[in-house]
Ligand binder design. Sequence first.
Ligand code: ADP
Length: 383
Amino acid sequence: MTAATHVLVLNSGSSSVKYQLLDMADGARPASGVVERIGEEGGVADHAEALRQVARELDGQGLGLDSPRLAAVGHRVVHGGTRFTEPTLITDVVVAEIEKLVPLAPLHNPANITGIKVARQLRPDLPQVAVFDTAFHASIPEAAARYAIDAATAERYGIRRYGFHGTSHAYVSRATAALLGKEPAEANVIVLHLGNGASASAVRGGVCVDTSMGLTPLEGLVMGTRSGDIDPAVVFHLQRVAGMPTDEIDTLLNKRSGLLGLCGANDMREIGRRMGAGDKEAQLAFDVYVHRLRRYIGAFTAVLGRVDAVAFTAGVGENSAAVRAAALDGLAGLGIELDPVRNAVRASGGRLVSAATSRVAVAVVPTDEEFEIARDTYALARA
Ligand code: ADP
């Protein structure tokens, strides 16, 4: 009999479905792909159709949803609210509860739910697991999770800091401890997830104690197209003085701000090229991005008290030696010293780039959210 060791990871986003099939027995990834442009011209009609296309692509490789090797399906779900603080085996009740969280993540959770529903129709007998982007941050103490606003209003509308990118922060903090030759429980790590979306987290002994994203992914670091932290009164000002409707401000802050808003480009590679050519707007965008990053490194150093490592991950964190160098420049006083030569070397695996004299290790760790979701899913499916 063939052992069922495959886990299918589905990431149903607003306009795409990404999938990856992982073999938990040997770490192999026998299939992966993406169905893009859902609901757009030239793309598939909707998420249900996208899921059926994923099923067909897998079928074509003899690895379809009816494969005896498939042990479980793991679904990335963006928002778990306060209800879901760990990976959860999906039942009808769980689906209904995730649906109740849609107001907290109106752009993301509906797509995740469709992915779950279609996959369950295709294989009702198979264990399916929801892995929440917020779950790793559920351990953040109230002092860090609460906003200082009217308590009854916050309670009534679920307003608190939830945090996102949790699977990445969990994976990278654990991998960083391993790079140091420590158990997760022995290491305090600041994780900087710098992709198109970006977030920082403070992880004490494997437990998240603070993070930069909040009620939504808009708070915190400067991102590709999101502003990150701003004075909330900017919103009132735009409403009152510019007469901007709420949806327009939402779009402005989420889609037309950040690096893009500052200089017209959201790709750090292009910004680097333009800086090299003496472009002042690109330089300013970079400087604002880095300034915010340094603020969070300082803040989370204070939150943790003792820091063992600062870990960079995701597209920018893994690839931009310039961002890493600028973010950590002059931080010897905090015990953080980069080795410029190691930092400049391009490599694909997890590695340390700190100077031998650095009290705090600096790590570059490729994130692997699919692995983290598969690991959680497999553990629950076999329990
Ligand atoms: P997402 O949040 O969409 O998953 P990624 O983690 O893939 O994003 O990061 C995407 C970003 O990574 C791009 O917008 C780009 O700015 C940045 N990036 C990718 N490669 C490089 C590189 N070699 N140098 C600098 N930045 C890079």
